[in-house]
Design a protein around this ligand. Structure first.
Ligand code: NAD
Length: 347
């Protein structure tokens, strides 16, 4: 993610310093950024001149001290609280003037900020992968984030990077990972209720008009990555039943059936093509009477219920929740728009 964010910032005319603890990671980042900029030229998104200028505006720093003097630092190291806290403690001392942002997907921004003596200048900037093409950036404030710092970063995302920021409170999973949790978990419950795997994905695409059904999406993300986010949110929210990791996914992960990257997940893969449901996944399911259309209704209703809960808790506004889900998931509607449609249909 770090090199994607660096490429994005450089492409928008910012001067960037990219730091990694490991020199081989920095060398790999240089190569990835070159490929990314070449591809932007081929797609007509940048001229050759702009791509050359962007490449030249990135400096590679093997020491954290290389970041001294930066206005904004966006940390995208491994998803580990202690690592991030150590980095923020160091940044606090070395870069006293900078705004400090973390790209964490699931950790508490406030817990990272506590490693500094200046939590008012710390916030979350949660980019989506790949940062160059995904428009959404969840912009996360803790109770201690200074409103002026938040506004400055909001303007940077909106006008500097030309992305869509949404204003989010520092809660586990922010908007997208939290509101979308039932999409994955409820899908496994309905599969076990008799709706199956492929029929649920087909119903999601045909009725919901979403690009990928829940099982197709988990296979793409990686069942292991998706499960680890579920576990973090489940723990951080006090282990509520609705976020409980599902046995189906846990068993598949244990077997190493973790999605496209392993050739097996909920489906089997030949290259990048799905070649039917994974018999092992089907073997873990119980028989039941649930039909795919009813299953889709149950899945989307649970996403709407989660969005309503997040709104009531003040995590974000309704339109920010809708925007976040549409941009992150490429969904035709956000949960509140779906709710409105349901209510109109009922009348
Ligand atoms: N991959 C995604 O789709 C995605 C999306 C949104 C947010 N994120 C978040 O972005 C962050 C990075 O994720 P990633 O997938 O790019 O991980 P990654 O493992 O690919 O990259 C992490 C990089 O951090 C470097 N690193 C480790 N310890 C360091 C330290 N102490 N100082 C400096 N650099 C250090 C590693 O060498 C590595 O190059 C995580 O917080 C993750 O949750 C990832």
């Amino acid at each position: 993610m770090g090199c994607g964010i660096a490429q994005l910032c450089a492409s928008q005319g910012f001067s960037v310093k990219l730091h990694d603890l490991f020199p081989e990671a920095l060398a790999a980042a240089r190569g990835k950024i070159k490929l990314g900029l070449d591809s932007a030229v081929i797609k007509g998104r940048l001229t050759t001149q702009q791509a050359d200028r962007a490449a030249l505006s990135i400096d590679y720093a093997s020491e954290l001290s290389g970041l001294t003097g930066a206005d904004l630092i966006i940390e995208a190291a491994v998803e580990d609280l202690e690592t991030k806290r150590k980095i923020f403690g160091e940044l606090d001392k070395r870069c006293p003037e900078a705004i400090l942002a973390t790209n964490t997907s699931s950790l508490s921004v406030a817990a990272i900020a506590q490693a500094t003596a200046t939590p008012h200048r710390v916030l979350g900037l949660h980019f989506f992968n790949p940062p160059v093409s995904m428009r959404l950036v969840e912009t996360v404030r803790t109770p201690q984030t200074n409103p002026e710092v938040f506004t400055a970063v909001w303007d940077f995302v909106l006008m500097g990077l030309r992305k869509t920021p949404v204003d989010v409170k520092d809660i586990p999973g922010f908007i997208v990972n939290r509101v979308m949790r039932p999409y994955y978990l409820e899908a496994q419950r309905v599969a076990d209720g008799g709706a199956g795997i492929a029929p649920v994905d087909t119903a999601a695409r045909e009725i919901g008009q979403v690009p990928l059904g829940p099982f197709e999406l988990m296979d793409l993300i990686g069942l292991d990555v998706n499960l680890s986010i579920t576990r973090i949110i489940y723990q951080a929210c006090g282990r509520p039943e609705r976020f409980k990791p599902q046995a189906l996914q846990e068993k598949l992960v244990e077997l190493g059936h973790i999605g496209r990257k392993s050739g097996k997940g909920f489906y089997l893969y030949e290259g990048s093509q799905a070649a039917g449901e994974n018999p092992q996944a089907l073997a873990f399911l119980s028989a039941g009477p649930l039909k795919p259309a009813a299953a889709w209704e149950q899945i989307i209703s649970s996403v709407i219920a989660e969005a309503q809960m997040a709104f009531k808790e003040g995590v974000a506004g309704k339109s920010d929740i809708d925007t976040a889900i549409k941009l992150a998931m490429n969904f035709p509607k956000g949960p509140f728009e779906w709710l409105n449609q349901k209510e109109k249909t009922r009348f």
